[in-house]
Design a protein around this ligand. Structure first.
Ligand code: HEC
Length: 149
């Protein structure tokens, strides 16, 4: 009788130990699962300044309009080089709006006394794409553009 009791006791202890171990593993897994979404949210990159289709449209609009009569990509003509404009300004929406207004209304004084002709037929949406194209000519932004393409 004593031996039977002993065996039952040993079996009970083994069983309890096993359950305890298993539940500890379950708890560990639950903790790992909880942390995962936070890590994903942290590594999500910010939205790009300009999308590849916007840049493509902007490039097409610039070559259709009269811009290239006064601007060249890499050297000064009547107006400043587009690369110089891209280096001067940060890539953010406020700058895009400000420069788009200038393309539409024209003006002078930022790069010299020569004025840029106004472009009243260009819409704000079109001017936005043109300016985004110009600002992404900056070599700093080339990786973003090629990632999208
Ligand atoms: C008649 C010549 C001429 C034409 C055409 C022209 N530009 Fe300009 N652009 C200029 C001059 C000159 C400046 C410098 C103005 C200044 O100093 O404020 C300039 C400046 C700019 C700037 C920078 C503005 C600033 O405040 O820094 C942008 C952007 C620009 N042009 C885009 C365009 C686009 C896009 C077109 C075509 C829709 C265009 N330009 C057509 C002459 C021209």
């Amino acid at each position: 009788m004593k031996i039977k009791k002993l065996i039952t006791a040993v079996l009970c202890i083994t069983f309890i130990a096993f359950i305890g171990h298993a539940s500890a593993q379950v708890k560990k897994k639950a903790i790992v699962k909880k942390k995962a979404p936070v890590a994903v949210a942290k590594t999500t990159p910010p939205p790009p300044f300009a999308t590849a289709p916007e840049i493509e449209d902007g490039k097409a609009l610039v070559s259709k309009s009269d811009c290239l009569a006064c601007h060249k990509i890499d050297s000064k003509l009547v107006g400043p080089a587009y690369l110089a404009i891209a280096e001067k300004y940060p890539q953010d929406q406020n700058t895009v709006n400000m420069l788009s207004q200038k393309v539409i209304s024209g003006g002078s004084g930022v790069w010299g006394p020569v004025p840029m002709a106004p472009h009243p037929v260009i819409t704000l949406a079109e001017a936005n794409k043109m300016v985004k194209y110009i600002l992404t000519l900056n070599s700093k932004n080339t990786p973003v553009v090629s990632k999208l393409g």
